[in-house]
Design a protein around this ligand. Structure first.
Ligand code: SF4
Ligand code: SF4
Length: 291
């Protein structure tokens, strides 16, 4: 079973909660799909089982022996990526316009390594992540590759996916074919709007959706609004996680919050996880009875 933890934007506590859930269920596969800002790996030591190059795009390459320095490529490039027959790969979008216009066939598009896919065997399950090359961006294709690699090791066991923030292509790839999504929101006006956008996305994909509010006590009124919104939209609200300084301590010490016994956030996350499991268990039993 795959559970993807997502949020409308970064900084809502998504990773804190994903790590906590992964630790509550031992030997869980973990996938860091927040490829532009991965940080799940900070919590885990282990042995790398696989390191593989990922090519996520094309860049232009110049054969200087054929170039006559006519300047046509420079004039057509909309991204100012080519000057005096030299390519700045950080600017090149791989559109291929210069390749088509070059009269000397001196230009060609070549695949460029944009990331490294890494699978690490940790003491509590396999962690799958990507390390982006400088100047490269995460893509839905990379996230799909990460999830497929992780699936090979997790099999039917629980897999916790730390999803990409936002509502773009990476988050779509994070939730496609996942069994369940947990949306982490926060009680601010922008948090409510982000939540509504991401709920629409989940509904389009027909994925079972849970919602929890992090730092819920910083604005009780909006926290209530979020719960009402969940109620009227048939979403399963699984809990309020209070603001807790221990979370900052946990992030600084790189120890999952569930290991701080006096933490209010720890207790609330444990309760939320129990509710999620109860719901999933009920759904699975219903499915089994139907078969
Ligand atoms: S268009 Fe081709 S030949 Fe002309 S400058 Fe560019 S690479 Fe060189
Ligand atoms: S492939 Fe496109 S973006 Fe890259 S140098 Fe050529 S024209 Fe510019």
């Amino acid at each position: 079973m795959q559970l993807t933890v997502i949020s409308g934007k970064g900084g809502t506590g998504k990773t804190t909660i994903a790590v906590a859930l992964a630790e509550l269920e031992k030997n869980t596969g973990k996938v860091d799909c927040d490829v532009d800002a991965p940080n799940l790996y900070l919590y885990y030591d282990g042995r790398d089982m696989l390191r593989e190059e990922f090519s996520g795009g094309m860049k232009v390459s110049v054969d200087t022996s054929l170039c006559t320095e006519c300047g046509l490529c420079q004039s057509i490039c909309q991204f100012e990526a080519i000057h005096d027959g030299k390519v700045n790969t950080l600017y090149c979008e791989g559109c291929g316009a210069c390749v088509l216009i070059c009269p000397s066939k001196a230009l060609s598009l070549v695949e460029e390594k944009t990331a490294e896919v890494i699978l690490t065997d940790t003491s509590s399950g396999v962690l799958t992540q990507a390390r982006m090359e400088i100047g490269s961006e995460g893509s839905g294709k990379l996230i799909t590759v990460l999830r497929k690699k992780a699936q090979g090791y997790a099999g039917d066991d629980l897999m916790i996916i730390d999803g990409s923030p936002g509502i773009g292509c990476p988050v779509i790839a994070s939730i496609t074919a996942t069994d369940t999504v947990l949306i982490v929101t926060e009680p601010t006006q922008s948090g409510v709007e982000d939540l509504q956008r991401i709920v629409l996305l989940c509904q389009q994909f027909g994925v079972k959706t849970f919602v929890c509010t992090n730092k819920a006590d910083i604005n009780e009124e909006i926290a209530r609004q979020i719960e009402n919104y969940c109620l009227t939209n048939g979403l399963c609200f699984v809990g309020r996680i209070p603001y807790d300084d221990t979370v900052l301590q946990s992030i600084n010490e790189l120890i999952p919050i569930i290991y701080y016994s006096g933490s209010k956030a720890n207790q609330a996350i444990r309760e939320a996880w129990k509710r999620i499991k109860r719901q999933l268990f009920v759904s699975e039993n219903k499915e089994e009875r139907k078969q």
